[in-house]
Design a protein around this ligand. Sequence first.
Ligand code: CAA
Length: 264
Amino acid sequence: MASVTYAKEGTFLSTTQNIAKITLNRPDALNAFNPELISDLNAALDQAEQDNEIRAVIISGEGKAFSAGADLKAMTELSREEVQNFTKAGQELFRRIESFPKAVIAAINGYCLGGGTELSLACDIRIAASEIKIGLPEVSLGLIPAWGGSQRLPYLIGMSKAREMILTGTLLTSEEALEIGLVSKVVPLDELASTASFLAAKIADNAPIAVAEAKRSLNATRHMTIEEGNALELEIADKLAQTEDLREGITAMREKRKAVFKGK
Ligand code: CAA
């Protein structure tokens, strides 16, 4: 995983190292996505998925960028078929992150453009450092945001603003991104990692099956009617009612102590 680093960390709420910190690590290319970075990020996600201790994932970038998007140099060297495969691989990776069974936080440390923004849109939570620039400049290159950006952005910020962002290719400041709900928090760069860890710790403290199922239910809203969504909620509520964690959560609340969830 040369283009990605993977680390486990504990938090102020847990001595267990239950947070996976994945860092895109091609700083000389502003963490642009080439096929190797896609494969390395998938490998890091495999590690986080298989490790039962891990309850939440933070993705960030090394250097001055979160990610400047698809590697434009690599793309010019690919055949038409290879570009198709590269595009599909990015789409699959971001769909995987969106439906990942653990919460994923994008800690946007710097330039977040094109595919970098699309990566962040697939994450559950986006928080940003105060000096970032974020946007989807693809049309200025003759492309579209084809790693799910044209599909997820309208859903997250509304069609009106999404059209403005995508059709003009304008980059937003962190404050502008906060104002339209594209990110949920803006902090100074030197507080970004601790803020991401704080959010991850809060998530990691919750019942893990409930977190995964809440994610599934939230994801379903894009393609379900309210009746179908309610049916899914019913199915999930029934599944959670069978868990040891629910019994532990209610017992702990009544005994006024912190619940210890096992993911069972
Ligand atoms: N691909 C490959 N290399 C990139 C890159 C990219 N997307 N973005 C930056 N780099 C490289 C630069 O070529 C440069 O490398 P060299 O030193 O070897 O020349 C290095 O990263 C540093 O970049 P700059 O010198 O340009 O840094 P800067 O601070 O002057 O500018 C920037 C930063 C404004 C982000 C500028 O680099 C930029 O505009 N990059 C392109 C961003 C972009 O258009 N992204 C969209 C890609 S398309 C996409 O993602 C499609 C999709 O939906 C799948």
